[in-house]
Ligand binder design. Sequence first.
Ligand code: 15L
Length: 288
Amino acid sequence: MKTILITGAAGDVGTHLRRELAGKYTLRLSDLRPLTPAKGEKFARADISRMADALRITRGVDAIVHLGGYSVEGPWEGILSANIIGCYNMFEAARKNKVKRILFATSNHAVGFYPRKQTIDHRVYIKPDGRYGVSKVFGEAMGSLYSDKYGMQVFLMRIGNVNPAPIDKRRLSIWLSPRDLAQLVTIGIEHPDIRFEIVYGVSRNKRSWYDNSNAHRLGYKPQDDSEHYASEILAKEGPGNAIGDRYQGGAFTHVEAVPNPAPLPKARAAKKPAKKPAKKVVKKAQKK
Ligand code: 15L
């Protein structure tokens, strides 16, 4: 049985994926946040913005599903640390530890400034819709470099929105059900001819904005279609936004931050400054 490392395993996508892949692979999990591993899983807490951590978690695995990172539009510091430095560390640690295959969760936001009225495939020029989208483009570029220069097998999944059911009108076009996610990831792990591939991580949605023929060529046969939920979703859709409604990336195209579904643990987000020694003690020390 192959040993697969899933980074960002405590997040929403990671949680769905773990459940779907249980029993198929030996799962090694990592995250900055704590996580209770299920039977058969092993968890290692890691901050991938530190190379030593990235090296530690990638040792001895057959493939990596790299989900970890800052998962929405937000402040540059968080994106820089997790998605630029962390992503670099993951590819470099994989290379150093001779892990041949890496599946990277890029995002629809790498191409979010394409208009909704346009159908795009995996060959379109990138059009990120924010700092987060730019960081995903960086990850795609890392994949291209490590494939061409080091022969790594790279599977880039431009993921839409993973949820048990679509949550709004935009997500009717980019929804990815957990079981379709698992099918796509399995292809990324198992397909014998992966060198460098870009696919869209979406279900068989009637309203899709993507020509996902590259994924289909590799054997992807999604089972779910968001259309079953369409009337219910559209009936409760709130007022839109002129810019967001025009582009595939939605709100990411016109706001500076989207509520972060995976905030850092408090202890790391705001480290207390070290206590200064009391003044008297300082004076004594100086006299010595
Ligand atoms: C993403 O890339 C995010 O990781 C996810 O949290 C959602 O916001 C998703 O895109 C989306 O566009 O719905």
